[in-house]
Ligand binder design. Structure first.
Ligand SMILES: Nc1ncnc2c1ncn2[C@@H]1O[C@H](COP(=O)(O)OP(=O)(O)O)[C@@H](O)[C@H]1O
Ligand SMILES: [Mg+2]
Length: 305
């Protein structure tokens, strides 16, 4: 089942058409990476999902309930971490979570239990400093604890890693990976390495629509080109192989870099087995023979032009 479903969403600010028919479905229990360049419309989409912004047209449902602009009913299913979370700087982490819990209507006992559990999860269990002295990463982590307080079925984080150094990034990603299975996680990012690390589903937003979506392996399969990398014992051997008659075709591209030859094949001009047969006929035993997977980074640049 989709925990979040967006259908044909349109949104413009004046002449700026930000969303132009966005369709997106987030499967329950996934970690869903919502990828797009700065200004692609990620924050706008999230605000519409939270009922904070009115779309021009289209529909959004959360846990099967329709989101209505200006109403907060569907937000009881959602925990949200905004891109720049604001806190009362004079408060300490426990006090802050207590305040949030009271606002949500949790019992004192429940607040105590949840706070301890969540502060441990986000690595702030022993921290009793005022929030004003927190690093950005610590603030993001406290923000995740706050967003999870009410045990939401869906956690939405707006660029939780963007302002952080590599260690801070890893901490956030580890936390999101740790809650997988308990809460569906949607997080936006403009960094593909974040997505590759923890997401099982990704969607790439560009020019107001999804240009790529699915599981990482599905996407790689869909865009797979036949490409092989062969490492020879020396550059001459590589050149000799590259010069063979069987490889002289407009559908076969050969790129030689020293003793490594990359062969990109279009329209099944030749396959891996035929390359191996050819090597064997030429009595060449390569040092390495590899069928190449397209990286997400390459796909992204190819798709988002
Ligand atoms: N309140 C607003 N008024 C006018 N334009 C806005 C407003 N919010 C966002 N935009 C514009 O909408 C586009 C998408 O912004 P945003 O959703 O914040 O992108 P992202 O979060 O992907 O970086 C940008 O061009 C931005 O300038
Ligand atoms: Mg944004």
């Amino acid at each position: 089942m989709s925990i979040l479903e967006i259908k044909q969403l349109y949104m413009s600010f004046g002449n700026n058409k930000v969303l132009t028919g966005l369709d997106m479905a987030v499967p329950e229990n996934s970690i869903f990476g919502f990828v797009g360049k700065n200004g692609a419309g990620k924050t706008t989409t999230m605000k519409i999902v939270l009922g904070l912004l009115k779309a021009d047209s289209g529909s959004v449902s959360v846990c099967g309930e329709k989101v209505v602009y200006g109403e907060t009913k569907t937000n009881r299913h959602i925990g949200f971490l905004p891109d720049v979370p604001e806190f009362y700087g004079y408060m300490r982490p426990k006090e802050y979570l207590k305040l949030c819990g009271e606002i949500t209507g949790l019992s004192a006992q429940r607040i105590k239990e949840r706070s301890e559990e969540l502060l441990t999860l986000v690595g702030l269990a022993g921290v009793n400093r005022r929030i004003s002295g927190f690093s950005r990463g610590m603030k993001q982590r406290l923000g995740i604890a706050q967003a999870l307080l009410n045990e939401p079925r869906l956690l939405i984080c707006d660029e939780p890693t963007s302002a952080l150094d590599p260690i801070g990034r890893k901490q956030i990603l580890d936390i999101l990976a740790a809650i997988k299975g308990r809460t569906t996680v949607v997080f936006s990012t403009h960094t593909l390495s974040d997505v590759e690390r923890i997401c099982d589903q990704i969607a790439v937003l560009d020019q107001g629509k999804l240009v790529l979506s699915g599981t990482i392996s599905e996407i790689q399969k869909q865009y797979r080109r036949n490409s092989y990398s062969i490492r020879f014992s020396d550059p001459d051997q590589a050149a000799r192989f590259a010069a063979s008659e069987e490889l002289a075709s407009p559908c076969i591209r050969l790129d030689q870099d020293g003793n490594v030859l990359t062969i990109t094949i279009e329209e099944q001009a030749i396959d891996g087995q035929a390359l191996i047969d050819l090597l064997s006929r030429m009595q060449i035993a390569p040092e390495k023979f590899e069928a190449m997977e397209p990286t997400l980074e390459n796909l992204f640049t190819e798709v988002v032009q």
